[in-house]
Design a protein around this ligand. Structure first.
Ligand code: FES
Length: 109
């Protein structure tokens, strides 16, 4: 697991861009008290998803460019024009509020 942020930082912004490595950007979201980590680039034309709006009721993020939607729990594209899913990375939060991501290898690497 790799430490990428803190609950304090994320709760101030709700969405946050972090980097696991150069060229491996991750979008963090806080929805309903849960932390979700997904690929930061939309699978349609690579817009930045941390800049998208989140629907807490459906746990989905909308791409700011063409409004594709992705489920943050599964990564599934739930509304076009995107069709390919996002990678979803397991997260953990320790007692100090540090957020960790499991850097599982995404299908696109
Ligand atoms: S870039 Fe996200 S829907 Fe087109």
């Amino acid at each position: 697991m790799i430490a990428v942020s803190t609950l304090h930082e994320l709760s101030q912004r709700q969405n946050q861009l972090v980097w696991l490595e150069t060229n491996w950007p991750i979008a963090l979201f806080m929805v309903g008290g849960q932390v979700y980590a997904v690929d930061a680039h939309c699978t349609h034309q690579e817009a930045w998803l941390h800049e998208g709006d989140v629907n807490a009721d459906t746990c989905e993020v909308s791409c700011p460019l063409h409004q594709a939607r992705f489920n943050l729990q599964t990564g599934k594209a739930t509304h076009g024009p995107a069709a390919a899913p996002l990678m979803v990375y397991p997260t953990q939060v320790d007692s100090a509020g540090t957020i960790y991501i499991e850097p599982i290898t995404p299908w696109w690497r």
